[in-house]
Design a protein around this ligand. Structure first.
Ligand SMILES: Cc1cc2nc3c(=O)[nH]c(=O)nc-3n(C[C@H](O)[C@H](O)[C@H](O)COP(=O)(O)O)c2cc1C
Ligand code: SF4
Length: 591
């Protein structure tokens, strides 16, 4: 073991910032992080063992106790559930003779759930040692069980088990008209960095990761910082359930993405960039490395880019299974080899980011759009879409319809999208993932735009056979699982919401439980440290508002107390939630 650890640590420049990469290698070699390995790493990196243990405990894909040689994780997204994931998983467990959530006694295989793996267009999906398995059926499971029992190396498994397709159904400015290699860089160097930033400004591009911050302004602030060491980070963590458009961009539009990052580096004066790739996209790692190598060879990356005297290179860093690491400051902590706990903001990454240096963090799609803007100019881009939402938006569409990617100019109506993806008998649509909004079939004239429905790209369609409370339950469990645990309102609040909702769905809830549900929701929203906690109650709040009768029906067996009025009680809960004692209240509950 000593030799192996020494080799891995040396390959990672003996740098504590590379701790996550080191731990990932140890995990795949020993199927866990042995305590002996922790001691060796601590010695070599000159850091405390406790720091390493806390990092291992933070990430879902790292373990202190052994997992099976074949570690199977089923994607637990609502769309996987709709495709019969649970029955398949039970069947898998039966065939392998093990219980879900455990490792078989012979140490050969373990089976568990994981949050959405970004394959909602081709589920039910799972991961085997981090590699995506798609379109699972009983037949495929029989095949996989046989491969495992025969201990066939994963590299020798049939490739169709790992087939991931792009599923592009509607292409527009980005998916339909990709730039050629070097085109954006040549345009940038011909025009000059200052003029290119002006084009970015006139494009009014807003970040595609969800928050919609003005991209040019972010780049400008970073460029204006006095500190000379600056960084560019591509946020490829794509963990929002129902989102998979970045997966397709990384797979088939990687040149344009890297070109966007390189244009950014030329404008802000960065020499180093990172692609933070979610662990679930391990299947993309090698080909992305190959694309980077190809671009270095072609003089489009690395030293003296396009012979302009500019140096910029990119490193790919893998996550380890933590949705919160998509939040930009948590992502930076993770890149620095720490637990992904969101920082206090301000200062924002753009002034104090990676290693406390000015850093631009942008979504994959934002960089792809930026490269396009460098080629076609800002005005042309701004002529597409709406006033406050220029350009196009790529939607990841899943659920009860023709699933895949659809790109539209901003301003497109839900009605139009549903017609295009052949959705029928629609009950509602979840726009923006679990933290977004449930849009009922009375609201399909609404449109995708920052002015109305903002979304990072997740668009899940539910037909009338679906039960809204099953959906809310799945989303609420997701947040309770993914809360990083740093602040009390979210750590306690998401668990309380999950338990309270389960109780109501099981038919054991009283009217008071529904009121408490809303009360906890408001506390979470108002007092959580970061966006995860602030939006974790959205599935409950939006459905309580639109479908109060659904919750009421669950309580019927218990019956409301005489004279009880749910609506007015919810109003009381809202007022209570505004009291300034959220933390104290929740700490009390926790104790
Ligand atoms: C809990 C949470 C998860 C997030 N996950 C992602 C993500 O997976 N990808 C992403 O681009 N942005 C994500 N964001 C938004 C980022 O914090 C950040 O706003 C974004 O990367 C900025 O890039 P943009 O301006 O290009 O959108 C997340 C935010 C929160 C609060
Ligand atoms: S709101 Fe939740 S995810 Fe965010 S810091 Fe607090 S505990 Fe962590």
């Amino acid at each position: 073991m000593k030799q192996f650890i020494q080799k891995i640590v040396t390959e990672n420049n003996s740098s504590p910032e590379r701790l996550l990469a080191i731990l990932r290698s140890v995990q795949s070699e020993y199927f866990h992080i042995p305590s002996e390995a922790i001691k060796l790493i601590a010695e070599l990196l000159q850091i405390e063992c406790n720091r390493i243990i806390s990092v291992v405990e933070f990430y879902s894909f790292l373990h202190l106790t052994p997992r099976g040689k074949y570690d199977i994780l089923f994607s637990d997204s609502i769309t996987d559930q709709m495709l019969g994931k649970q029955a398949l998983m039970d069947y898998f467990a039966k065939q392998l003779k093990l219980t879900i959530g455990s490792t078989r006694e012979d140490g050969l295989v373990s089976l568990d759930n994981t949050s959405c793996t970004g394959m909602c267009d081709q589920g039910p999906a799972a991961l085997v040692n981090g590699l995506a398995l798609t379109r699972l059926t009983e037949q495929r499971i029989d095949q996989i069980v046989s491969l495992i029992e025969q201990q066939i190396s994963i590299t020798d498994w049939p490739s169709e088990l790992f087939q991931v397709t792009d599923n592009i159904h509607k292409a527009d400015l980005l998916l339909g008209q990709p730039i050629s290699q070097g085109e954006a860089l040549n345009a940038t160097f011909n025009r000059g960095a200052v003029e290119t930033l002006k084009e970015m400004t006139s494009s009014v591009l807003r970040g595609r990761g969800g928050a919609g911050f003005n991209t040019a302004l972010k780049w400008q602030i970073c460029a204006d910082e006095a500190e000379q060491e600056r960084y560019v980070i591509c946020n490829a963590d794509e963990g929002e359930p129902g989102t998979f458009k970045d997966r397709v961009l990384l797979n088939s539009y990687a040149h344009q993405l890297i070109e966007g990052m390189t244009v950014c580096s030329a404008i802000i004066g960065a020499r180093k960039g990172f692609i933070y790739l979610r662990a679930e996209y391990l299947h993309l790692y090698q080909q992305l490395e190959a694309t980077l190598a190809e671009r270095r060879q072609a003089g489009l990356l690395g030293h003296n880019i396009c012979q302009q005297g500019i140096d910029f290179d990119i490193e790919i860093c893998m996550g380890a299974g933590a949705y919160i690491c998509g939040e930009e400051s948590a992502l930076i902590e993770s890149l620095e080899g720490k637990r992904g706990i969101p920082r206090n903001r301000p200062p924002y990454p753009v002034t104090e980011g990676y290693l406390n240096k000015p850093t631009v963090v942008d979504n994959v799609e934002s960089f792809v759009a930026a490269a396009k803007i460098a080629v076609i100019g800002g005005e042309k881009f701004a002529s597409i879409g709406t006033k406050e939402s220029t350009g196009t938006k790529i939607l990841s569409i899943s659920g009860d319809c023709q699933t895949g990617l659809y790109e539209y100019p901003f301003g497109v109506s839900i009605k139009q999208i549903l017609a295009d993806c052949k959705a029928e008998d629609v009950l509602g649509v979840q726009v923006g993932g679990p933290s977004g909004s449930f849009i009922s079939n009375q609201e399909f004239d609404r449109c995708i735009a920052f002015e109305d429905l903002a979304t990072g790209g997740s668009f899940i369609v539910f037909n009338n056979s679906r039960n809204i409370l099953d959906i809310v339950k799945n989303f609420t469990h997701f947040f309770a699982h993914e809360s990083c645990g740093f602040c009390t309102p979210c750590r306690v609040g998401t668990s309380l919401l999950r338990n309270q909702l389960d109780k109501i769905i099981r038919g054991h809830g009283s009217s008071v439980d529904v009121v408490e549900l809303e009360e906890i929701s408001q506390l979470l929203k108002n007092y959580s440290h970061c966006g995860l906690g602030q939006t974790a109650a959205n599935p409950i709040l939006t459905t309580l508002q639109r479908y109060p009768e659904l919750y009421q029906q669950q309580l019927k067996s218990i019956s409301f107390e005489p004279g009880f009025d749910l609506d007015s009680s919810l109003g009381t809960a809202r007022r209570m939630a505004n009291r300034n004692d959220a933390n104290a209240h929740l700490t009390q509950v926790e104790e």
